[in-house]
Design a protein around this ligand. Structure first.
Ligand SMILES: C[S@@+](CC[C@H](N)C(=O)[O-])C[C@H]1O[C@@H](n2cnc3c(N)ncnc32)[C@H](O)[C@@H]1O
Length: 367
């Protein structure tokens, strides 16, 4: 849960730092390196709910997402544009000032002489690490010319932003404090992943169109607050129409279908998973890979405040997501150990492993 106070920074919890921000800190430099490649491809990062630039964790002031994006790409920022959208005036002022200061001060990197580094090469769909010389100590200054700020509602600003990032591989971070607007996601999908007949765009190989990654903060807290039957139907309808682009009746039909499906698969589930599945199914229409980042160690598995959803049509991006998730969850060791003993190693993917672990977790819970 985050709080935004007009004269203060956004406050975060430890788990948010450990998973949401740590995921970005690990994913973004690799994504940047892979996309940039040797030809320095034009690319962009779009943040629809940018916040203030900094956040506080207890008494500590830390980089929020927009500064993480700038810092983690600072060593390779050629041909990269940033679009940060923030509706709240005070937060926007704070964000502009944080970015102005960092443009002047720069990011200091202590440097490293030699070591393993990802250099943007991919083998069998997996980013590879090679022994390469790293950088000497250096300070890098983000380039103001490539940072675009919008003090607007993201649903309005996104149309302009989409024009500016047209044809560029783009990472979209959608991080509202509570309810998100389906309209925002719909604009992105319509613009980048559907054709003029609203059919899924296919590339020359007949595959779903690549170059769009979404990382979404999906608030279960907003849903559990607003779905309550103590509110009249009209209010609930407005809420679901806004967050899912579906009315209450459609939501109820989908809830029923998903519940039946889970039951037929003898799957044990919590209520939030039904709502999450409806949302993820909508995204699956135009993304081949849609997954929830597992945040381990949260107080309540039944009632997580939010879930983080990742979507891509690119195999390297998917593999990158899975391997970083495994590291964050300390699952990688378990996966590799189990892979050693299974018979069909090729088919034993990280996704399979996650399913097995999830099954065990629910069984433990049940017993
Ligand atoms: C969770 S905070 C963002 C934190 C930020 N992403 C970070 O990690 O540092 C959500 C922000 O979204 C802003 N916001 C809420 N609704 C918005 C909208 N419709 N358009 C743009 N910004 C919005 C809020 O003012 C708040 O600053």
């Amino acid at each position: 849960m985050c709080l935004s106070l007009s004269d203060d920074l956004i406050k975060i919890q430890h788990k948010t730092d450990e998973f949401k921000y740590e995921f970005l800190r690990k994913y973004i430099p690799l994504w940047n390196s892979i996309i940039c490649g040797k030809s320095r491809r034009y690319r962009a990062i779009v943040e629809s709910h940018a916040g203030t630039g900094y956040v506080t964790l207890g008494n500590e002031k830390k980089h929020g997402s927009s500064l993480i994006f700038l810092e983690k790409t600072a060593l390779k920022q050629e041909a990269m544009d940033f679009h940060f959208i923030e509706i709240n005036h005070n937060n926007f002022r704070e964000l502009s000032s944080s970015i102005d200061k960092i443009i002047k001060k720069g990011f200091y990197f202590a440097g490293d002489t030699k070591g393993k580094d990802l250099i943007g090469e991919i083998k069998n769909g997996i980013p590879i690490a090679k022994e390469v010389p790293k950088y000497p100590p250096t300070t890098r200054f983000p380039d103001k010319e490539h940072i675009f700020l919008y003090n607007e509602n993201c649903v309005k600003a996104i149309k302009k932003v989409l024009k500016k990032v047209e044809g560029r591989p783009t990472f979209f971070f959608i991080d509202p404090c509570g309810k998100l607007e389906w309209e925002l996601i719909e604009f992105i999908i319509m613009n980048r992943l559907l054709d003029e007949n609203e059919k899924v765009r296919l590339d020359e190989q007949g595959e779903f169109f690549q170059g769009t990654e979404l990382f979404i903060n999906f608030s279960w807290e907003a849903i559990s607050r607003n779905k309550s039957v103590k509110f009249d139907e009209e209010r609930r309808n407005i809420f679901f129409q806004g967050m899912y682009g579906m009315n209450l009746n459609e939501i109820n039909i989908e809830l029923d279908n998903i519940e039946k499906k889970f039951k037929s698969e003898q799957k044990r589930y919590y209520e939030f998973q039904l709502y999450l599945e409806i949302f993820m199914n909508k995204l699956r229409r135009c993304f081949k890979f849609v997954s929830k980042l597992d945040v381990l160690g949260i107080k309540s598995i039944k009632n997580p405040v939010y879930c983080l959803i990742f979507c891509t049509n690119n195999n390297s991006a998917k593999n990158l997501f899975l391997s970083i998730e495994a590291v964050l969850n300390k699952k990688k060791k378990g996966y590799l150990a189990m892979k050693k003993v299974v018979t069909n190693k090729k088919e034993f993917t990280m996704e399979k492993y996650k399913e097995i672990i999830e099954g065990h977790r629910l069984l433990d819970d049940f017993l």
